[in-house]
Design a protein around this ligand. Sequence first.
Ligand SMILES: NC(=O)c1ccc[n+]([C@@H]2O[C@H](COP(=O)([O-])OP(=O)(O)OC[C@H]3O[C@@H](n4cnc5c(N)ncnc54)[C@H](O)[C@@H]3O)[C@@H](O)[C@H]2O)c1
Length: 445
Amino acid sequence: MAVHEQGGLKTAEIAPATGKLGVMVVGMGAVATTLIAGVEAVRKGLAKPIGSLTQMGTIRLGKRTEGKSPLIRDFVPLASLDDIVFTGWDIFEDNVYEAAAHAKVLDSDHLAQIKPFLEAIQPMPAVFDQYYVKRLNGTRVKKGKHKCDLAMQLIADIQAFKKTVDRVVVLWAGSTEIFLEPTAVHQSIAAFEKGLVDNDPSIAPSQIYAYAALKEGVPFANGAPNLTVDLPCMVELSRLNSAPITGKDFKTGQTFIKTVLAPAFKARMLGVAGWYSTNILGNRDGEVLDDPESFKTKEESKLGVLDYILQPELYPDLYKDLYHKVRINYYPPRGDNKEGWDNIDIFGWLGYPMQIKVDFLCRDSILAAPIALDLVLFLDLAKRTPQLANIGIQEWLSFYWKSPQTAPGLYPEHDLFIQLMKLKNTLRHIMGEDLITHLGLEYYD
Ligand SMILES: NC(=O)c1ccc[n+]([C@@H]2O[C@H](COP(=O)([O-])OP(=O)(O)OC[C@H]3O[C@@H](n4cnc5c(N)ncnc54)[C@H](O)[C@@H]3O)[C@@H](O)[C@H]2O)c1
C-alpha cells in the first residue's frame, strides 16, 4: 500500500476511485428520482450540478497569499459522475421515469430528454411493513418467515449488484417511519440478530436495510429521520465491517436556514424568545408526514437543532425561555414546492424585542438531490480512506444532516459553517495538507 508523509507520520494512501460506483437507493420517490435524473442530465451536459459541494465547491490549500483553491473533486479522489450506476428498491412497480413523472419535481421536457435511461431502472421489491408507514400500502413487497429472512433477501440483492460494479453505497430515500426509540434489541449485533429472527417490533424496515448494507461492508446514509443507524448495534457493525455511517435526515430547507440564522444570533449575543416554524407541502412525503406517528419522528429531528446551537445552559439570559414550535401541514396543491415560514422573536440591548420573518418558497427535492449525491460520493471516499473506513460514524459529514450522528457523549455540531470547516479540514487532513485554523497572525509578522 502506498504511503505519504503527514506531520512526520507516514499515512496510508486513499485507494483510487477506479471502476463503477453502484448506488442502491431505498425508496424511488421524489428525492431519489430527482437525484438519478439530475446525475444523468449533468452527465449529458444538459444541466449543471448546482447545490453540490463535491461538484462545484473549491477548497483553499495553504496560505491566502498562495492562491491555491482547487475544486474539491480535483483535490480528493472522488468517483466521477460518469462511473455511477443506480439501482434500488420500492414498494411500487413504477420505473424511475414513471416515478419521476408522478413526483412532478422535474418538468416533462427535462424528463423527456433522458427518458430511456430512466425507464431502464426498475426498482426491486422492497422490505416493507405498513405498521411503520401508515399512509402507504405497498404492492411489491418481499415475503419471508421472519425479519432475518428478509435481511438475507436484501443481502442477496446487494451481493448480486456487487457483481456488476466495483463498489456500493446504500442510501435511504424512503418514507419517514413511525417514531421508535432504541430498546434492548439494539444494544449489540448479537441482540439485533436474535431480534431479526424473533420478529422484534422495534426493528423497522429501514433497520433491516441498514443491517444488510453494513453486514456487506457497504456504507449507509439515512436521508430520513428514522431510527436506523443511530444505534449501538449498527455502530458496532459499521466499525467491524469498515462500512461508514453518518447522521440522518437531509438538512434541506427550513432547518438549513435555521442553522445559519441561529449561530448569527448567538454570535451577536442576541436573545431569542420564540421561533415558530410552519410548512405547507403537498408531495407524498407530506402525505406520510400527515400521520402523527411519522410526524413525531420528523418533529424530533427538526426540534433538536436550536437547543444545541443556542446552548441555553450557557446563556440562560438569552435562550432559557425560548419557545420553539415546528408544524408541517399537508397541502396537496403545492406538490413538492414547499413553503416554509419562520417567525422569530428576538430581543436586543436592554431586552427590547424585534422580529424576523422568513418565507422560504423552496423545492424540497431540488435541495435534497445534491445533498444525496455528495453523501454517496463522500461515503464512498470514506470507505476507501484508511483513516476513515473503520471509525464507524463520519462526524465530518454533519454538514448534510438535521440530526448529525456523533460518538456517545458528544453533542452534535449544528452550526452550518462549523460543519463546513470540519468537512473541509477532514479532506485536508486525509490528503496530508495543513489544516486551516483561520488564525492568520502570520500575515502580520
Ligand atoms: N426532500 C427533502 O427536502 C427532504 C429533506 C429531508 C428528509 N427527507 C426525507 O427523505 C425521504 C424521501 O423523501 P421524498 O420526498 O422522496 O418522499 P417520497 O414519498 O416521494 O418517496 C419515498 C419513497 O419511498 C418508498 N418507500 C417507503 N418505504 C419503503 C421501504 N420500506 N422500502 C422501499 N421503498 C420504500 C415509497 O414508496 C416512496 O416511493 C422522506 O423520508 C423525507 O422525509 C426529504
